[in-house]
Design a protein around this ligand. Structure first.
Ligand code: ADP
Length: 270
């Protein structure tokens, strides 16, 4: 007798796409005048991740960002960028590192991101200015293109540099303390801009002193104090022993939304 098989319901098999690396840092050591600023730092960042670098003043956060950017030459180790070339790295410098009295408009600064597309010793054409305006639009600065950079607020200045990275078509954005000296409202809207870019796939690496922000809004936290003290989710990193190694003495951080005080005697291994 002929039997007819019941149709088998085909369930879609979830495809696990391995997360692609955006960058890798291996055994990085940077020395200034015989004084090590970074020692044997190794970590990797996946494409689309948000990583906050925390640590006290002088911990080497800026040095790490500048070395990844290729602005500083390490004495040992390497930085491997898995996106296409160094132009995929966008940089928002520390506010103090920029001469804001330089006579340039917002659009001029953002146009600096297009140098690769324009080529040296050529004038930008219509398409390049359009790209600048699109970048300014994305950071909510479309109306301020002709303003001198010295006339901007702290939050707007950071946005200009984010727009420069967008004009450059960066895939990884490195920001050096973008929230220092910025009020809470401007910080929130800057963070919204970063969230929007991250949703579109931008990898974001920034250093900050704001432990609560790193806890709430970042996938991973890198605790740095000349050496890599810890790297993982905020839950993994915000351990009394890690925070005591970073900050020593009494520090406060968030645990279940509350302040937690940690002092040196919690530090077992430092
Ligand atoms: P952070 O960004 O965490 O405050 P930095 O990377 O700026 O730390 O500095 C790390 C260490 O390197 C500090 O001790 C600092 O004094 C030193 N340092 C930074 N830049 C220079 C430099 N250009 N020349 C000499 N020492 C430097």
């Amino acid at each position: 007798m002929l039997t007819v098989a019941e149709p088998i319901e085909m369930k879609p098999v979830p495809v696990r796409v391995p997360a692609r690396l955006a960058l890798e840092v291996r055994d990085l050591t940077v020395i200034y005048n015989n004084e090590p600023a970074l020692e044997n730092i190794s970590f990797s960042v996946k494409a689309g991740e948000r990583v906050a670098i925390i640590g006290p003043n002088g911990a080497g956060k800026s040095t790490l960002i500048k070395t990844v950017m290729g602005m500083l030459q390490p004495q040992a180790g390497m930085v491997k960028i898995h996106e296409s070339g160094r132009y995929c790295l966008g940089y928002v410098p520390q506010h103090e590192g920029v001469d804001w009295s330089f006579p340039a408009t917002v659009r001029d600064v953002v146009m600096m991101g297009r140098i690769r597309q324009i080529g040296w010793l050529r004038w930008p054409g219509r398409a390049q200015w359009d790209a600048v305006d699109v970048a300014l639009e994305r950071v909510g600065m479309a109306d301020l293109g002709d303003r001198q950079i010295g006339e901007l607020s702290g939050g707007q200045r950071r946005r200009v540099f984010i727009a420069r990275a967008l004009a450059q078509e960066a895939k990884i954005l490195l920001l050096d303390e973008p929230f220092s000296g910025v009020d809470a409202g401007a910080q929130a809207s800057l963070m919204d801009v970063l969230d929007g870019l991250n949703t579109e796939g931008m990898t974001i690496i920034l250093c900050t002193h704001d432990l609560a922000l790193a806890f709430k809004r970042f996938d991973r936290v890198l605790a740095l104090h000349q050496q890599l003290i810890a790297y993982g989710t905020a839950d993994e990193v915000y351990q009394p022993s890690v925070l005591a190694r970073l900050y020593g003495g009494q520090i406060a951080t968030l645990e279940n939304g509350r302040l937690l005080f940690v002092d040196d005697h919690h530090c077992n291994d430092c």
